[in-house]
Design a protein. Structure first.
Length: 719
């Protein structure tokens, strides 16, 4: 036996000893591939990419490698982890296993000094950081250099986030390439993911090769033997929710019900709770403390299910999760595989069911069109930063560049990764480095997204094994029929729905009326855009005599109930022009029900419509129909100024106010009608509420013209 064989045996024995200590199981053994990955990191100090199914034990690999590196005298492992919930779970798991773990992220700022003291005392084995910390100027200047110098192992968890080909691209992850390039020679690097096809694997490996180092890739079979997959096609939203309300209790253990939008998750949770199920909603709108409480409730089996958007995704770890149901399909098989992978990690079986909806493709399209940068947007941001000559915060940039906050922040991250901008104390600056819009790459990404959507539709209609299809989409060379899904073994789920459940669900989805909060504060930067009132800048709070009352819409475009009818009414034609026409009797009836149930302090004394270039017939017929049914005077429309142009569909608050300022005119006839009204509020009617600034500016003008108060009302809101 040569020295290499002896060293390999010694390492294997040491690794097995650590595994058994971490698990508390004296007979524990490695899964196929785990020891190979540990040896590549600890013995060979290689860069490794591990693509293995959820539950395989990727965290065990990096915990054991980190401890073995520590025993050899190396510094702590630095683990880049994308989600706070994931990080919280990982720190807790490490501590249970006897690994000294700490985290630095935006949620534990008060603990940073304590963590720094532990690092100074060499009392940390693994340090978790969020990718956003890699962009933070203070962290880069004060913490990152010494972490890199002492790092004994770098781990990139959920590494598919590096790739914009992946289903969950995070621009901050692109910083990791620079981080790898700064590591001292010989520091091993591990990237892990459970959801990467060959295209994503190649892209991630390219990032890991910083400095020209070769990458060792370890791929395992991705099929999950515990999962029993199925698809149940139901023709209406209320039948989908009726099935869920009737059969949720029959599903094993506790689980997750995924929805595509926030409103769908909230509506579904409300209906299930009314049906007697112990569930909680979990979305991007959920308060962070409530999110943590909801996660704990599910882990402790205190609830039957969390009804969630994709906000509950990577890293949520409940090994005995019994089921995952989707009310609406994700836009790709890869994203679907990632979400259903939450179930059945440590159980012999778990049920996975997809209830696709007619609205799925429209929702996919909306998300896809808001995801990619454009040359024009990038040029505008770079020009604004260059012209400023000083750091600009995101709110200050909003007053200079017509982009909404979320899209602007995403674009800044993309530009930062490419070196065109930099985050510094006080905001963002342009570096002066040229930025090239890679149109060919983004076109290829968009094409890949379209192909993924077609594949998801194909999954719904399969006449062959569903698990084989999903793993083949991930380019698993060992993809094979599972023998358990509804295609292989027949439908395992009930298909009947009681008439009473269907009626209850339909009544719940027919519920009308969503409150619309009034705007109360002017956006920053209006003075830069030339917006003022009587020569005075608009800033701070709107005056008491300017604010609208709380408004109402019939429903949200993303609602499971009224959403379909509203999307159809507010659709655009093949050339992108709004479709205009008389409002339907069905929607009028719904609107009248909203008005009947509106708990206003005073009944309206008149109705005014907002002048519209896009749907003048729709808005006028809605306003006049409401006035007629309510026996209220229809005062006509708040007219458009001469030369008013069509408004852009998507813009930020400052630019929206600029575009609306001076857009409307109170005609002499309308002024006279307002003056003749008895005391009371005016109902202000429009077709769609998006930013809420149209209602705010129009309502302000009506109040200036004599309206005692203004009640905004529209058919729909975007969210």
């Amino acid at each position: 036996m040569n020295d290499d064989d002896l060293a390999s045996r010694d390492l294997a024995a040491a690794a097995l000893s650590v595994l058994r200590r971490l698990t508390g199981n004296p007979t524990a053994s490695f899964h196929p591939g785990q020891l190979e990955a540990i040896q590549a990191l600890v013995a060979d100090h290689r860069r490794a990419l591990v693509v293995q199914r959820t539950g395989w034990g990727k965290s065990a690999v990096y915990f054991i490698a980190a401890l073995l590196q520590r025993q050899a005298g190396s510094g702590p492992a630095l683990i880049v982890s994308p989600l706070l919930a994931l990080m919280r779970d990982q720190v807790a798991a490490a501590e249970r296993a006897g690994v000294r773990a700490a985290a630095i992220n935006s949620a534990n700022v008060t603990e940073w000094r304590e963590v720094e003291a532990l690092l100074d005392a060499d009392a940390v084995d693994v340090l978790f950081v969020s990718p956003e910390r890699l962009v933070n100027p203070r962290f880069r200047a004060t913490q990152l250099p010494r972490l890199i110098e002492a790092c004994g192992l770098l781990v990139i968890d959920e590494a598919h986030c590096i790739s914009d080909w992946g289903h969950d691209f995070r621009p901050d992850y692109r910083r990791i390439r620079d981080l790898i390039g700064e590591l001292p020679a010989g520091v091993p690097v591990l990237a892990t993911t459970a959801t990467a096809n060959e295209r994503v694997v190649a892209d991630v490996a390219e990032q890991l090769r910083a400095g020209g180092t070769e990458v060792f890739t370890l791929r395992g079979p991705l099929a999950r033997e515990s999962l029993r997959l199925g698809v149940l096609e139901l023709d209406t939203n209320w039948r989908r929710l009726a099935w869920l309300a009737e059969h949720l209790g029959d599903l094993p253990g506790s689980g997750i019900v995924y929805c595509l939008t926030v409103s769908a998750a909230e509506d579904t949770a409300a209906l299930l709770a009314k049906a007697g199920h112990d569930v909680r909603a979990y979305t991007g709108r959920t308060d962070p403390a409530e999110r943590t409480a909801a996660e704990d409730a599910l882990k402790n089996n205190e609830v039957k299910a969390l009804v969630a958007t994709s906000a509950l995704g990577m890293g949520f770890d409940k090994p005995d999760l019994g089921f995952v149901v989707h009310v609406g399909a994700p836009s790709s098989p890869v994203a679907y595989y990632q979400q259903v992978g939450r179930a059945g990690r440590a159980t012999a079986s778990a049920d996975v069911l997809l209830l696709p909806g007619a609205e799925d493709q429209a929702i996919w399209h909306w998300f896809a069109t808001n995801a990619m940068p454009t040359q024009a947007k990038a040029d505008a941001v770079l020009a604004a930063l260059a012209d400023a000559g000083r750091p600009l915060s995101v709110p200050a940039l909003e007053a200079r560049v017509d982009l909404k906050r979320t899209g602007l922040e995403l674009l800044l991250k993309v530009l930062a990764v490419d070196g065109a901008v930099e985050a510094v104390e006080g905001g963002w600056i342009a570096t002066g480095n040229p930025w090239h819009y890679d149109a060919e790459r983004y076109e290829r990404v968009a094409l890949a997204r379209s192909e993924e959507q077609r594949a998801m539709l194909a999954y719904e209609q399969l006449d062959s094994c569903r698990m084989h299809f999903l793993t083949a989409e991930l380019d698993d060379p060992e993809a094979a029929p599972c023998g358990r899904c509804d295609v292989c073994a027949g439908a395992w789920y009930p298909t009947e729905i009681a008439a009473a459940a269907t009626q209850t669900a339909r009544e719940a989805l027919d519920r009308v009326g969503v409150p619309v909060a009034p705007r109360a504060i002017w956006p920053q930067g209006l003075d830069r855009l030339g917006v003022s009132a009587n020569g005075a800048p608009l800033k701070g709070k709107l005056g008491a005599g300017e604010v609208c009352a709380e408004g109402r819409v019939l429903g949200r475009l993303s609602d499971l109930g009224w959403g379909g009818a509203l999307r159809e009414t507010l659709a655009v034609d093949t050339e992108g022009r709004p479709v205009d026409g008389e409002v339907s009797p069905e929607l009028i009836r719904g609107c009248l029900q909203v008005l009947r149930e509106w708990s206003w302090a005073e009944r309206p004394v008149g109705v005014v419509s907002i002048g519209s270039l896009s749907r003048p017939r729709l808005v006028a017929s809605l306003a006049s129909g409401i006035a007629s049914a309510g026996r209220l005077p229809y005062l006509g429309e708040l007219a458009l100024s001469p030369g008013a142009d069509s408004l852009r569909a998507s813009t930020n608050s400052a630019f929206r106010v600029r575009d609306l300022w001076g857009r409307f005119v109170v005609t002499p006839d309308l002024a006279r009608a307002l003056a003749e009204l008895p005391p009371g509020p005016v109902l202000l009617v429009d077709d769609l509420v998006d930013s809420r600034w149209t209602m705010t500016i129009a309502g302000r003008q009506l109040r200036s013209a004599g309206a005692a108060s203004v009640l905004p009302f529209a058919l729909a809101s975007v969210a």
